[in-house]
Ligand binder design. Structure first.
Ligand code: HEC
Length: 222
């Protein structure tokens, strides 16, 4: 069962790069999911660095708090309405980030494979019903890195100002005590199934530049 899941995840991952002609619903989910998660991580990193260079821990803390919501609004504008991004973890800092039952299943599975088999799945896809509507959910696992320890490490080694601010803002905080390489949680991108179908249909109706009889140019051939 697990092996099938891993194989499916890896296969899905390669299809997007090698076979645009096989544009399927899953490929579209992966494409949007990847775009959203890469952007979130990039955004978080650059905004954190900027805030920390200014030497203001309170601003840095608000960066980590607002980044997912800001990106949700941006992607909904760029790609389509109904896309939602959330970060979730068993050891959450903000109770609003606590996992629902579908997210718990995925966190359990990804963490178990990571800890037990030393394999970090590149992603995981679910189809669920939210408020009566079908949604795809794309999950990207997140690991703790050195730069995260400032706010998610051992509180005895974190700056006092940060510890105090976190205590005030997040009295139920469970998200400390991590070490680099620990499984932190997932980024979850929810996309309405209808939106995925519309996007795939639109692409299917466009003329495909790869169609026709011209053989692809391979490197090293004249
Ligand atoms: C400057 C402090 C700071 C740094 C550095 C930081 N975080 Fe956070 N992190 C926070 C705060 C504050 C929250 C709560 C956000 C909210 O209110 O939604 C949070 C929440 C999260 C969450 C959402 C789940 C939860 O616990 O509520 C994840 C996942 C996360 N951080 C991962 C990371 C990762 C990975 C790094 C390193 C790349 C990192 N953080 C670096 C302060 C920080």
């Amino acid at each position: 069962m697990i092996r099938t899941l891993i194989a499916a995840a890896l296969l899905g991952f390669s299809l997007i790069f090698f076979s645009p002609a096989f544009a399927s619903l899953n490929d579209k989910v992966i494409q949007i999911g990847e775009r959203a998660t890469v952007e979130l991580m990039k955004n978080l990193k650059s905004r954190l660095i900027a805030a920390l260079e200014e030497g203001d821990p309170a601003t840095a803390i608000s960066v980590c708090a607002n980044v997912a919501q800001d990106l949700t609004h941006k992607l909904a504008r760029q790609i389509g309405p109904g896309i939602k991004i959330k970060r979730t973890s068993f050891k959450w800092r903000n109770p609003a980030d606590a996992p629902d039952k579908y997210e718990k299943e995925v966190l359990d599975l990804l963490e178990w494979i990571y800890k037990g088999k030393k394999i970090l799945l590149p992603f995981y896809i679910q189809e669920v019903t939210e408020n009566g509507q079908p949604y795809f959910r794309y999950y990207k696992p997140i690991l703790v890195r050195e730069e995260c320890l400032l706010c998610h490490g051992d509180p005895r080694e974190m700056p006092e100002e940060i510890v105090e601010t976190l205590k005030k803002l997040y009295p139920e905080d469970k998200a400390t005590g991590y070490k680099p390489g620990d499984f932190r949680g997932v980024i979850r991108v929810s996309i309405p199934k209808k939106l995925i179908e519309t996007l795939v249909n639109q692409e299917g109706n466009k003329p495909d530049e790869d169609d026709g009889c011209i053989p692809p140019q391979l490197p090293g051939r004249d």
